[in-house]
Design a protein around this ligand. Sequence first.
Ligand code: 6PG
Length: 257
Amino acid sequence: MSNIASPSPIRTIPEGRIYATPADVCSALAHEWMLLAQEAIAARGAFHVALSGGTTPRQLYERLAAPDYAFRLEWNRTFIYFGDERAVWPDDEQSNYRMASEALLSRVSVPPAQVFRINAERADLKKVAMDYSRLLAMTLPLAPNGMPQFDLLLLGMGDDGHVASLFPGTEALAEPRKLALPVYVQRLDSWRVSLTFNVINHARHVILLACGKAKAAMVRRALREPPGAEPLPVQRVKPVGSALEWRLDKDAAALLK
Ligand code: 6PG
């Protein structure tokens, strides 16, 4: 089978790779997804991946749904989860599930029973978070310390340094044990359900995708300023046994020396 071309980075930094455009970042990341999926399926028979929400990853999901990837990836061995979800119905335009479903899940042959949505439309978000935590514990492979372990966990980053729905100043940042929590986001006056760092930092591979000028100041701060007494949420992503991999476009990396 012909190999799919993957754009080359215009620059590499110790923390990751920088590409010319968001399209190049997403094409290269689709290729990485394929390689990580092949590795996981060969080693453990399945690929467990947590999708990030927001707008940036849409282009990645659409790239994965394109025929050259869609017909090559082993969707019947792929298990899809979510890093966080807004407290909205799954057909709401704010829903991370809706975005992923439109861009990818409705366009590839992943079995619906292998897509695990966070049911954040329900009233009792504590129970939603607890149920999702139980689901993770029952369906994911376990790390040596017993923690549910994703093969790949995708993250975006807000311009305030949040990842998933772990926003600065929220109690969820310091959660010592739970795998998922409801989070009230003051600045958005909205509720979310988010995985915690306990799960994020046990994934085999954690890749952060950030594009656009609006992220440049936070990228520089996150990568070039010491964490200080209150590390940014993104600075708390420290995968056990590996490292957070940044995948940036030129604009998001513009302030990195
Ligand atoms: C969410 C995401 C969140 C997102 C960042 C960046 O539910 O909003 O999980 O962590 O990745 O907010 O979002 P953009 O890609 O839209 O800039």
